[in-house]
Structure formats: C-alpha cells, structure tokens
Ligand binder design. Structure first.
Ligand code: D5M
Ligand code: FE
Ligand code: ZN
Length: 467
C-alpha cells in the first residue's frame, strides 16, 4: 500500500494540497496510477484535491460526490403498515402468532409434545423425560424459593416447578418473564399435577449464526432521544455533533425515537419545556435536520415522547408534523427493520427496558447492553403485556425478533451501552438531554451527547462523545 506521505508528496510536487479522504481512498484502491489520472483531470484553478476530483465517482443530486452510493430499504415498518388497536379477538391472534413463531424456533432444536397429551396420561409419562413448549401465563416464587410457572400451549396448561437447587438452570429460571415462550424438559409428577423442570430452552440466537457484513464501505451513525423542546435539551452538544457530521464519511443517520420532548407526557411537563407547542417542536427538529449534510440518509422512528399513539408498534410520524423535514428524511414505525447496504438494523425505542429492569434480578439502567441480550435470547423486543409498555395487539406480533438483524438499535434509557451477543451487535444510544428532575429522583444518570458510529463492513462500533 502507498504511504500517506508519499501520496501527499506526489500532489505537492504539482503544487496541490490533498484532502485526507482522498488520501484514504487512494490508499484503499492501492493504485499509484490513480494519482496521475487525478492530476491530469483536475481543473487548473484547484488548490486542494478533494473527493469530487476523483474521476469515476458518482455525482449526487446535490452536487457533492462521495465514495459509495447509499443503499437503504425499509424491510418492516414502512409508514402505514401497523393497523389500529382493536379488541380481545386480536389479543388471541396476537398471542397465537407469538406462540407459533417462537415455539417453532425452539422446536427446531428439541422434540416436544402437546401439553394436553402429557397431562391427560400421567400414568404413561410420569417416568420419562418429556419436553413441552408454552407461553408463560404466570410466574411466581414459592415460599421455599423455587420458581413456579404456568405454561400454556394451544392444547392446555401445565404448572412447572423450577427447583432452586438446580443452580445452572435456576439462573435462567429466575429471569422468566410473563408472556415469553419457553421450552422445558423435565418429568411429570405421579398425579400429573406438576412438571419438574430439568432444562430450560429459549428461542435464542443459533450458535452458528453469522451476521452479514457489507461488501462496500459505508458507515451509519446511531442516536436517539433528542428531546427537542425540553429545557434540558443540550443544544451545544448537538451543534458539535452537527458540525462533525459535515465532514464525516457516514452515509446514514438513524434516530430511534423521542425526537422531541412532546407535550403532556408526564404531569407538570409544561414547566420543563422551552417549546410548548408540539408543531413548533417538530419544526425546530426539522431545521436541525436541514442543517445536516443532504447526502445523509436519515431514518426517523418515534418513541414514547413523540406525537403518535403510545401502543407498540407505533405508527410513523404523520405528514402533518413532518412537512418541513428535508427530503433525505424517512419516517418509519417503531419498531422497524431497515437494511443499510444489506446490513439489517432493528430499531426499537426501548420502552420495554423499564419493564425488564423491574422484572429481571440484577438488571440495571447502567447496563442496557444486558437487557438487549435478554431481548435477543427471548427473541422479543417486549415480553410482557399489561405493564408500562402498551402493546397494540394485532394479528401479527411485530415485537418478535425474526428475522435476526445484524444490529439491534435501542434508546429510551438515556444511557449509552454496547453489547455483542452471538454475533448480533446491540447498541443503546444515549440522549441529547441532560438529567431531568424525574431521572434525578429515580437515580438515573444519563450519558448525553453520544453518537455511535458503525462501520458496515466490519460491524465495529465506535462511541463519539460530543458532551
Ligand atoms: O425516558 C427516559 C428515562 O427515564 C428512561 O430510563 C425511563 C425513565 N422514565 C421515564 N418515565 C418514567 C416513568 N414514568 N417511570 C419510570 N421511569 C421512567 P423518556 O422516555 O425519555 O422519558
Ligand atoms: Fe427519551
Ligand atoms: Zn423514551
């Protein structure tokens, strides 16, 4: 490979300065003749060689050129794809869909039998090992500290006991959440009233899972929780970020919800707003997007502070609020699956993280990466119905993680955290808001002003701090 100094010297010899991106490109191409071609074609009045002087690179709409064409596709969660919330009928369909899809992931690894067949013939089965797959109807800890779980499949229900003495399994059993789907291997009691668990299976990520990486160079910047309109919005940090983006070699900017602070989200919010009009909040956000380079493809998903319904999947922001957003912005639903040069990013604001932190022993706001792992093990973005995360029960459960993405992008807790679990990169992006009075009360210490840059060729993340 050509040395950087050598490239700079070759241009200097013809009295030309050279931009670092060009040096980078020439080194990557490893083509010394390219320098001569650039020099031959450069306009006589040019002083600095920039990327636009590289022959053969595609010209973009706005006149700038860059090294790769962005390639973006919304696979799931285009505007208008989530339906309206309706009644109990749909809740039945919803859970059936969840059960069917998650149980099939478990069934591919183990032989299982219908719960009804097991419980109606205890004399036949009580002596042999069997496996059942069911959804958790209820889970509690007994007086002696064991875990007792009611599991349901389409044929029936069964009570399963996870003995606390079985250390290896019990660590998993302690984390059983209502409405997740589990496989359990064990033995039935004599009278058929109880199933003694020996092994627990979750849908999980297959061990052989190999994530896709882009064949062309490309970078994505991930952020969330901008909270425009709040008196704790960090304008200076945002401006430093926006300045950095001007020359950054990123092609995509993904924002996973809470674009604005909204109105009426919590009691007394009006005293913590600098912009009290919801349209104005989005207009200011629009201006911030306009100030970013137009070459960036920007993907905007809603969160619990945005103007759309709270129940998940949340619809995309409607045109009424986004009319002034620049053309390079795409609205998507929450959650959504977006492909960037073939690298799939599952964007989910992360409301369920609050519920999971309450339910999972040892889980903490400080370590959102662990919660993302728990989501991936269950193959569910939100497990539990009827807690703080409102779920819109529809024919299909959009909170099931299938297909597997290369990257899971969440936000909401305002604390930046990164994890890699069985090949999937989990990124919880921080926030652009400093600690609120409420978070202070809750002892949540945010990490504001962070952006996570991901190289799509390697899936390597890098945290940049603009605070
Ligand atoms: O959420 C920002 C952070 O504050 C996130 O960690 C959850 C926490 N939060 C917000 N509202 C509540 C309530 N009502 N209970 C508990 N924790 C909460 P954001 O969505 O940006 O407000
Ligand atoms: Fe937020
Ligand atoms: Zn939020």
């Amino acid at each position: 490979m050509l040395a950087e100094r050598e490239i700079v010297q070759r241009f200097l010899a013809t009295k030309l300065q050279v931009h670092p991106d060009v040096v980078h490109y020439i080194r990557e191409q490893d083509d010394p003749a390219l320098i001569d071609r650039i020099i031959a074609e450069i306009p006589g009045d040019a002083l600095v060689v920039s990327v636009q002087h590289i022959p053969g690179l595609k010209k973009e709409r706005d006149g700038t050129r860059f090294l790769v064409d962005p390639e973006i596709e919304v696979i799931v969660g285009s505007p208008g794809t989530t339906g309206s919330v309706s009644g109990f009928e749909d809740a039945v369909h919803y859970f059936r869909d969840r059960y069917n899809r998650l149980s099939s992931l478990i069934r591919s690894r183990t032989n299982s039998m219908p719960i009804e067949a097991l419980v109606t013939s205890p004399h036949r089965y009580h002596d042999q090992e069997c496996t059942v797959i069911g959804m958790v109807v209820e889970v509690r800890t007994t007086a002696k500290g064991h875990r007792l779980v009611e599991l349901e499949d389409p044929t029936g229900t069964i009570l399963v006991l996870f003995n606390k003495g079985r250390n290896e399994m019990f660590a998993d059993a302690e984390r059983i959440l209502p409405d997740e789907v589990l496989g359990v291997k064990g033995k039935l009691s004599q009278d058929g009233g109880l199933f003694f668990a020996e092994q627990l299976f979750r849908p999980d990520i297959p061990l052989k899972h190999a994530p896709y990486t882009s064949e062309r160079q490309g970078k994505a910047v991930l952020i969330s929780d901008v909270h425009v309109g709040s008196d704790t919005f960090l304008e200076d940090a945002w401006n430093r970020f926006a300045d950095w983006l001007q020359d950054a070699d990123a092609s995509y900017l993904l924002v996973a919800g809470d674009l604005v602070d909204g109105i009426g989200i919590y009691p007394g919010q009006e005293h913590e707003l600098t912009i009290r009009n919801i349209y104005e909040q989005y207009d200011v956000f629009a201006d911030m997007m306009r100030d970013l380079p137009s070459r960036l493809r920007i993907v905007l998903a809603p969160g619990n502070h945005d103007v759309v319904r709270m129940a998940e999947p949340q619809p995309a922001l409607p045109p009424e609020f986004t009319a002034r957003f620049p053309e390079n912005c795409m609205m998507v639903e929450n959650p959504c699956l977006v492909s960037l040069q073939g690298v799939r990013v599952l964007m989910y604001h992360g409301r369920s993280i609050d519920d999971m932190i309450g339910l999972i022993p040892g889980a903490s706001y400080e370590r959102p990466g662990e919660i993302m792992e728990e989501m991936l093990k269950r193959r569910l973005l939100a497990s539990t119905y009827g807690m703080r995360t409102p779920i819109a029960a529809m024919k299909q459960d959009r909170l099931v993680i299938d297909p597997l993405p290369e990257i899971l992008h969440t936000g909401h807790v305002h604390i930046c955290g990164i994890t890699k679990y069985r090949g999937v990169l989990g990124v919880n992006t921080g926030t652009w808001q400093s600690q609120t009075a409420f978070q202070k009360q809750m002892n949540i210490n945010p990490t504001p002003g962070r952006a996570v840059v991901i190289d799509l060729e390697t899936l390597q993340p890098e945290i940049l701090d603009f605070s």
